[in-house]
Design a protein around this ligand. Sequence first.
Ligand SMILES: [Zn+2]
Length: 236
Amino acid sequence: MMNPTVEAVLVLQERDTKVTALTAELEDLPEQIEAIEREAASRAAKFDELKNNTRKIEAERKKIDLEVKGKESAIARYKSQQQQTRKNEEFAALNHEIEHAEKEISALEDKELELMEAYDQGLVRVAEGQKELAAFQEKAKQKKADLEKRIGVVTAELVGAKERQATAEKAVPEDVLPRYRRILKSKRDVAIVPINGASCGGCHMKLTSQTVLSARTGEGITACENCGRLVYWAEL
Ligand SMILES: [Zn+2]
């Protein structure tokens, strides 16, 4: 038969562990939801940037197109001026202007072609980006719904776990409880551990034969002389 005090402390420790785990999960869940929201906002912003950059390419191309049209009407003007002049010198000067404008138009049209290609590529990327974003948003929505559901489940579980924790606490002798609580707070993992071989199951240091004997036969509670955790003799 196991020492009843040890048994009561073990039950409490198990229930404490459960409450700690549920509490930690409940604290973590809203952070997980926030992380998804942050990721969604960042992806949406990146997609907007891609769309804006693509629009800018098209706007730039339109601007160049207007420049071309301006130069074309200038050429038409030069040509009509040529028809009206009788001076060879002026005719040659206008010819020079026309050639210059034609060269500029040619360069602008090359640029326009580049921008058209870039715009087409941009449109492909926007379409891909839109699909990716929609897929992510759908997944994020599902994940958020799952996490919100989990918050409800854990909240309810925690209520029950705390009730069971309180019940278990009442079964632990009053002189042992504060000691157990103190050890648990300082060790952060477990306060009561089995003896493995002749060593402490918490810090793994060898226990004195007196401690082992006391844990094995004593009616009170025994502690590891190294780490201070409560130790118990686990029946095989
Ligand atoms: Zn120890």
